[in-house]
Design a protein around this ligand. Structure first.
Ligand SMILES: NC(=O)c1ccc[n+]([C@@H]2O[C@H](COP(=O)([O-])OP(=O)(O)OC[C@H]3O[C@@H](n4cnc5c(N)ncnc54)[C@H](OP(=O)(O)O)[C@@H]3O)[C@@H](O)[C@H]2O)c1
Length: 326
């Protein structure tokens, strides 16, 4: 039997999600059967299950946006480059929290050789976001500073590691003292608690240099502190709202320091791009994994049927992603 995590209404994940068993599908002519290896749990999954995300699935829906699987059976007339045993990305619009998938080979991205399946399962949302935030919002040169909140998030750890590989410096804000050392081990230059004190300490720590780019995935007062720490003419990009509060900005910094505010949404951007752009973005992520040993911390892996415990763990303090496996 195959298994999937479904919801029949939008709401809080722990209240609306349920496990459904169904007969494992057989691939028809031109189709491929894939078995889940690992699926990731991302904050946007909660938005999709809750009904607040931009792109929602029709109900009843299977949950999950990101994962990888192994080709199990190949139907007739499938191009010979697809073979059983290959590790592939679960296509973007296919719900990831299920054990079996029938896919059209045209939409399949094959994971490059030598990549661990757990890392591959976390490679398609947060790493490309970190990459594009660093490369596409403002022009950064070696030695420039970038500041971010949620430094221990998957995006945050990728920002730290890519920035180091590109010769940029990072200031990362976190909510817990015990995260400071592990982030420094990953290559972070400065890691501080996200409180009202840190903007005053930065001048000395960066020898007067200020960030041109601020990355906000929290909102509320946290973004206000980022803006106060920035260089004149800098850009603060909001790409997440973990705290649920509106983005607060100190008006005088927008006026007197010419700070620019903008937003970023990978999903919306990729829907406008051709497949070659998307594949080359993924290839760039895998090149970073291979050449610079960049990785996403993984906190724990749970079986699909233990999704409730996994989501409870996901919702509490942690350092790394929570994955689901069949
Ligand atoms: N716009 C886009 O295209 C895009 C793409 C990818 C991700 N995102 C967004 O980027 C953010 C990070 O995603 P992720 O998958 O990297 O996250 P993650 O690895 O799941 O980590 C979540 C982070 O959010 C922090 N956090 C949770 N609740 C918080 C609260 N109430 N106040 C302050 N901080 C809180 C956590 O800090 P603690 O460890 O202290 O709890 C942790 O740093 C999310 O907002 C996500 O939606 C946006």
């Amino acid at each position: 039997m195959a298994k999937r995590i479904i919801h029949k209404s939008y709401g809080k994940a722990l209240e609306v999600l349920e496990l459904e068993q169904y007969e494992a599908p057989e691939p028809k002519q031109g189709e491929i059967l894939i078995k889940l290896a690992y699926a990731n749990i991302n904050p946007s999954d909660m938005g999709m299950i809750g009904g607040s995300y931009k792109h929602l699935r029709d109900l009843p829906a299977t949950a999950g946006r990101e994962g990888v699987g192994i080709i199990e059976t190949v139907g007739s007339d499938v191009p010979s480059k697809f073979k059983p045993g290959q590790l592939v990305k679960i296509p973007s619009d296919t719900p990831a929290w299920q054990s079996h998938f029938i896919c059209d080979p045209e939409s399949l991205y094959t994971i490059p050789e030598g990549i661990e399946a757990e890392q591959a399962a976390t490679a398609f949302i947060n790493p490309p976001t970190a990459l594009l935030l660093l490369k596409d919002i403002v022009t950064l040169n070696q030695g420039d500073w970038v500041i971010q909140n949620a430094g221990n998030s998957a995006v945050g750890t990728w920002v730290i590691q890519i920035a180091k590989a590109l010769g940029l410096h990072t200031i990362s804000l976190v909510r817990r003292e015990e995260l400071i050392e592990p982030l420094k081990q990953m290559g972070a230059d400065i890691v501080l608690l996200d409180d009202d004190e840190y903007p005053k300490q930065l001048k000395e720590l960066t020898k007067g240099q200020k960030p041109k780019l601020a990355l906000n995935s929290i909102g509320g007062q946290s973004v206000s502190r980022l803006i106060k720490s920035m260089a004149n003419g800098g850009t603060c990009v909001t790409f997440g709202g973990m705290v649920g509060d509106p983005v607060r900005f100190p008006t005088r910094y927008l006026i007197f320091n010419d700070i620019h505010l903008c937003g970023f949404h990978l999903d919306t951007l990729l829907r406008t791009k051709p497949q070659e752009y998307i594949e080359s973005l993924y290839n760039e992520v895998f090149d970073f994994i291979k050449s610079d040993h960049i990785h996403t911390p993984i906190e724990k892996v749970y079986a699909l049927e233990d999704f409730s415990v996994a989501i409870e763990h996901f919702s509490g303090p942690r350092f790394g992603k929570i994955l689901l496996r069949p």
